[in-house]
Design a protein. Sequence first.
Length: 357
Amino acid sequence: MKNQKEKVIEILSDIKLPNRNEDLISSKSVNNIKYDKDLTTITLSLNSSEIKYKEIIKRNCLFHFENKDPKSRYEIEFILDKNKDENADISDKNIEKTIIPNIKNIIAISSGKGGVGKSTISSNISVSLSKLGYSVGLIDADIFGPSIPTIFNTENEQPNYKIINEKNIIIPLEQYGIKLISMGNVIPKEKAVIWRGPMASSALKQLFTDVEWGKLDYLIVDLPPGTSDIHITLSQNFNITGTIIISTPQKVSTIDAEKAISMFQHKNTNIPIIGLIENMSYFQTDQKKHYLFGDGGGKKIAKKHSIEFLGEIPVDNKISESCDNGYPITLKENSISDLFMKISKNIDDKIISIKKK
């Protein structure tokens, strides 16, 4: 029978550092383990890059301990070890990422906050790229609030499975020429997903690796809002071609969009930013534009951070109606569809230039 120390070390050896291919034991991150009656205190020594993820590491540790040793109590503490910084950059460059066969480009659609229309834009960009002649897949990575099944009218459908090499592989749904996968098609829509961060990150990985995508020119990933475990998992495990930031014009949105920009430009994430799309930019009547939420907020932060401004999408009830009805507006021919087509062409051109670098 294992003693407490052996048990703790075994559990810690299963916990990976964010953006590193090492666990807490092999990376020599465990500074001290203190046993006091029914409480075990673990002190982790991290470098200046790793310490930024301490809350994620803490949640991950407590999740593993609660599942593997539920009768014991644990506390996680941290110290900053600047001596580890010298080797950190070298280690980060050696991360092994999962290659998804036959997918040319993976595009992450992100926002700093919720409610800016990210899923609407992800859906309509997917349809627009398909209309340009590309084969397109769409992952609804917003594990806790999936919207894609509603927008694509697949709320009552479930994907099929097949066994390949003794493993269940998901066959994605297909609607309007787009291959789709969403937790909203796996878990009943009336049930809430109550998961800790590591479980959500694990589910995200499966949406990439355990799905029979076939050959795709573009795989669009509709990310959850914010800067969370899921975003780190994405950057750590997969080769992302680039990300698109979604914001509305007002300051309460742009300040969070800047956080998303900062996250993707961080050296440990380092995902190219294709550009920024400003949603709900204006309301138009009789050829006159009314800037309900301010004028040019998205353009200002795009200029500030030297990223491309990809375009504006207006406030228009036809967009929300089409989403509620399960028929993305870009499936029709209209002025809004033309705007999305223009933005999608800008995205396609930008990706070509990114790949030439």
